[in-house]
Design a protein. Structure first.
Lengths: 154, 395, 372
């Protein structure tokens, strides 16, 4: 009989250190900027692809942007299911770089009715960052990161 | 420069599909010995090889070069494993060309293999290819990334979903005439059926997804003029690879993109120009193409990257029949990733096999009339890398 | 913790002895932010499924919907969202201390406060601690922050009350009808741009009216004898209230615990206060009980409605059991708390979807092919 103490073999599982290293980018959009040609980057780069400078300064990007391209995941991966719909988008941040992000709370409104209604996000929709759970890591801890929703803050 | 001086002396390919009882080693041996037989080369003449695989994790095995060499009975030949995601097969071919051109070896086996049916879920097994820090953990698999490309392509160029769906219809048309295709013998599809099939990641429907599956392909490379007299060599006139950012969002505003974003196949364009220059051809010379349509929209994107159609025009051109068997440039005559199937590591080799068979005139009722120059392209990642080979009929 | 807040300045000390009406107190609130999940489940749907509470009792409690925790939200993410709003509104120094008040932190071993500090981008030198005292974790965290700043340990501190009760109450439990989720973050500084805190009081005893032991998923109640009599909420709140000392008159607002939509008014009456001071601060009607966040939600509402000089009393209650009381004097009404947006941005969720979102179904833990 199977017992919960009998391990299920799993190959090549990273330790929590791997995801932990990138938490500032996930929580707060910490990117960086080339000191020589001032191009901003997210995620952080180690070498500027434009001028090959290795002098880059960390910078926290503003948590606001606009939708450039949007789609909707109807077959979410395990750990990402549970919502009625899972819209996502490329968002052009106010500070320049673009991010790929899930969109949340897009099917809400003062009198939003049924579930899974059509998403109201289109090209140009203003969005803001919220931190949500991305998934539970293979090694156990929760991995949190940015998602975006229609902008409330002014 | 004109040509690489290297020929495909022999080609072999397995049936594509789901084979629970066959191991990756079975597929490697079948395809490699088919290629050797086709070339008329004895195993002992092979002194090197490259094995392309994208998901060795599903084999629970690495160092596949050495293992394949021994399985083939070719040890101590110099074999190594090549990885470039779904472009790995074409990159392995490029390595093989370089090995022959260097003069170090006389005959090289280039093998691509995949056992996607061993993976619990394709979306999950391929999850090591989207960005490991910001895409995969946020729950974005390939179909999601390509859904954004599809959306962007439609928004940016005004392409219609119907025209893009027509690409799937065409893949099925070829595949049902290709005995090794996963969709061999299946009924024809309609645009409505493609658009009405279940949504995987809007706007991509299930029918518009490449069919990840098992399969292997192999070619024997030799120096031009050095191949056995009774084989039918096909010249590799040019071959090149290029890269771009793997993080999807980083394609916007990237210095190497020159204003392009996710609606253009920038690495394909760069690699194609290099390969065409080496072959001494122009896009209008191309009468046959195999492109990386892992999802329907990627077919038009890469046709534009190859310069066969102008930006934003390929979907409509294909829908108008320009890539059909009697069109200007028949494309994905093996059925493509959607109709033939997509054993990811093998795909870059199988497109070379299909091109070689077409140039030799061996493709039965999907045979393109009298092709002279064939181009084949494979993509790794979400346009993170692309490799392009130009094949020419023996002159 | 009880007694009046000690002023750091001699000149304010005289007024601080009873705390009342002192607008120059040393410490108070300079920013407040609210976060609620958008999902709303009708109480009538829970009744249809379980029928464990008579409809007339449900009507009496005045809660028509409860908020439903999103599948990707927990006490930490709600706290982070509320904190972002609070810090945006507050001017002044960055918080040097974080008090994370919750009874439903996703981690049993690991600080929610540390996660929150990182998510808020606070400097590494910050002090952080989790405050776990059931429904009064939020007011307890606030008192800790006030004490911390009042003692001069930091110029500013962050206190958060955050809970996700829906995932932590068993389906069919009478508490399920009101088990909401939400968070409120409060920035405490010496400047106290919004309101000063003039007096505080607390009460604590070992009372088994609600608990969850280590390793258990669901919060249990001590049954009607504990919850329907006065031994818990009323007695503890009364004791804490009395510690605030004599007042010249009733405060303009009373932000009380909101296990339902009627308790604050009932409590006000028991304290001899008019119902009108409690009713405007009640937000439970459409979101249910948001645990540690509930009294602070009332505070956010009161701060929005208040005029300078108004006094606001806050009463928190947590089973187990204890109560905290605070008396504030308003300096400026709050804007941009996010409360009205959080209350209006909502999405109807069915009972089945709520069970899925809050993980009450045994979920598939294997991979399935998602495309061929």
């Amino acid at each position: 009989m199977w017992s919960p103490t009998e391990p299920v073999y799993r190959i090549a599982t990273p330790t929590p250190a791997k995801a932990w290293r990138s938490r500032d980018g996930r929580y707060r959009l910490v990117g960086n900027r080339c000191e020589d040609c001032v191009l901003p980057f997210f995620p952080k780069r180690r070498v500027c692809p434009q001028c090959h400078s290795r002098s880059l300064t960390e910078t926290v990007l503003a948590p606001y942007g606009r939708v450039v391209s949007a789609a909707e995941d109807r077959t979410p991966l395990i750990g990402h299911v549970g919502r009625d719909s899972r819209p996502f988008a490329i968002v052009a941040l106010e500070d320049g770089p673009c991010v790929l992000t899930e969109l949340v709370d897009v099917d809400t409104g003062t009198d939003a009715g049924g579930e899974g209604g059509p998403t109201t996000v289109t090209e140009g929709t203003e969005v803001e960052l919220v931190v949500r759970k991305w998934r539970r890591e293979a090694s156990g801890p929760y991995q949190y990161g940015y998602k975006f929703r229609p902008r409330r803050a002014r | 420069m004109n040509g690489t001086g290297v020929v495909i002396a022999g080609a072999g390919v397995t049936r594509h599909g789901f084979f629970p009882s066959r191991d990756w080693k079975d597929l490697v041996v079948e395809s490699a010995y088919a290629a050797l037989h086709d070339a008329g080369v004895s195993p002992g003449e092979v002194s090197g090889g490259f094995v392309s695989v994208s998901l060795p994790e599903t084999f629970e095995q690495q160092n596949l070069g050495a293992i394949a060499a021994d399985e083939l009975g070719l040890a101590p030949a110099a074999f190594s494993q090549v990885g470039a995601a779904c472009a790995g097969g074409t990159v392995a071919l490029m390595n093989g060309v370089a090995a022959i051109a260097s003069g170090a070896v006389r005959a090289v086996l280039v093998i691509g293999v995949e056992k996607q049916s061993d993976a619990a879920s394709t979306a999950d097994s391929m999850l090591h290819f989207p960005d490991a820090e910001y895409e995969a953990p946020a729950g974005f698999d390939y179909v999601d990334l390509m859904a954004l490309m599809h959306d962007r392509y439609v928004r940016k160029y005004g392409a219609t979903h119907e025209a893009i769906a027509q690409w799937v219809v065409q893949d099925r048309w070829y595949a049902r005439r290709n005995p090794i295709a996963i969709d061999y013998g299946r009924a024809a599809l309609t645009v409505a059926e493609v658009l009405d099939s279940p949504m995987v990641s809007r706007p991509i429907t299930r029918a518009a997804c490449g069919r990840a599956c098992d399969g292997a392909s192999a070619v024997v490379l030799m120096r031009a003029g050095g191949a056995p007299a009774d084989c039918e060599p096909v010249e590799i006139a040019g071959i090149a690879q290029a890269t771009g950012p793997n993080v999807l969002a980083a394609k916007f505003g990237h210095p190497a993109s020159a204003g392009a974003d996710i609606a253009e196949a920038v690495p394909t364009e760069v690699a194609a120009k290099k390969a065409y220059a080496q072959a001494g051809i122009e896009p209008h010379h191309i009468g046959l193409a195999q492109v990386h349509d892992c999802f329907s929209v990627m077919g038009p994107l890469h046709m534009e990257g190859l310069g066969i159609f102008p930006p934003g025009k390929a979907a409509a051109a294909a829908a108008d029949g320009e890539t059909a068997l009697d069109g200007r440039c028949p494309t994905n005559t093996d059925g493509g990733r959607i109709g033939l199937g997509h054993p990811t590591g093998a795909t870059g080799v199988s497109i070379a096999v299909e091109s070689a068979l077409q140039l030799r005139g061996r493709c039965g009722d999907r045979q393109v009339p009298d092709p002279d120059i064939a181009v084949c392209q494979s993509m790794g990642g979400s346009n993170a890398t692309s490799a392009v080979a130009v094949l020419r009929r023996p002159r | 913790m009880s007694g009046t807040m000690k002023s750091a300045t001699k000149s304010a000390a005289k007024g601080a002895t009873n705390g009342i009406g002192n607008s120059r107190a040393a410490v108070g609130v300079s920013g407040i932010g609210v976060a609620l999940p958008a999902g709303r489940l009708a109480v009538s749907e829970i009744h249809e499924v379980w029928g464990t509470v008579p409809p007339q009792v449900l009507r009496r409690r005045g809660v028509t919907h409860r908020s439903v925790c999103d599948p990707d939200a927990d006490a930490v993410t709600l706290a982070a969202e509320a904190t972002r709003t609070a810090l945006r509104a507050a001017e002044g120094p960055a918080p040097g201390a974080v008090f994370f008040g919750s009874q439903t932190c996703p981690y049993l071993t690991k600080a929610g406060a540390a996660l929150l500090a990182d998510m808020a981008g606070l400097p590494r030198s910050v002090f952080a601690a989790d405050v776990q005292f059931s429904g009064k974790s939020g007011t307890a965290a606030l008192l800790c922050a006030l004490a911390w700043v009042g003692a001069g340990f930091a110029d500013a501190a962050l206190a958060v009350g955050t809970d996700t009760l829906g995932p932590h109450v068993a389906p069919g439990d009478p508490q399920e009808y009101t088990a909401g989720s939400g968070a409120v973050a409060v920035v405490v500084t010496r400047d106290a741009a919004l309101a000063t805190v003039d007096a505080t009081g607390s009460a604590t005893s070992d009372t088994n009216d609600g608990f969850r032991t280590d390793g258990e998923r669901h919060i249990r109640t001590g049954g009607a004898v504990m919850t329907a009599t006065d031994v818990g909420l009323i007695e503890h709140c009364t004791t804490a209230w009395e510690r605030l000392g004599a007042m010249p008159g009733p405060p303009r607002f009373l932000a009380g615990p909101q296990p339902d939509a009627v308790t604050p008014v009932r409590l006000a009456k028991r304290l001899g206060l008019p119902a009108e001071c409690a009713a405007p601060c009640v937000v439970a009607q459409g979101i249910g009980d948001v645990g540690a966040a509930a009294p602070l939600l009332g505070l956010a509402r009161a701060l929005e409605l208040a005029a300078p000089g108004d006094r606001i009393a806050v009463l928190g209650y947590g089973c187990g059991a204890g109560s905290d009381a605070l008396l504030l004097t308003v300096r400026a009404p709050a804007t941009d708390t996010g409360l009205s947006e959080a209350l209006t941005a909502r999405r109807t969720v069915s009972y089945a979807a709520a069970c899925r979102q809050e993980r009450h179904f045994q979920g598939l833990d294997r991979l399935v092919g998602s495309y061929e």
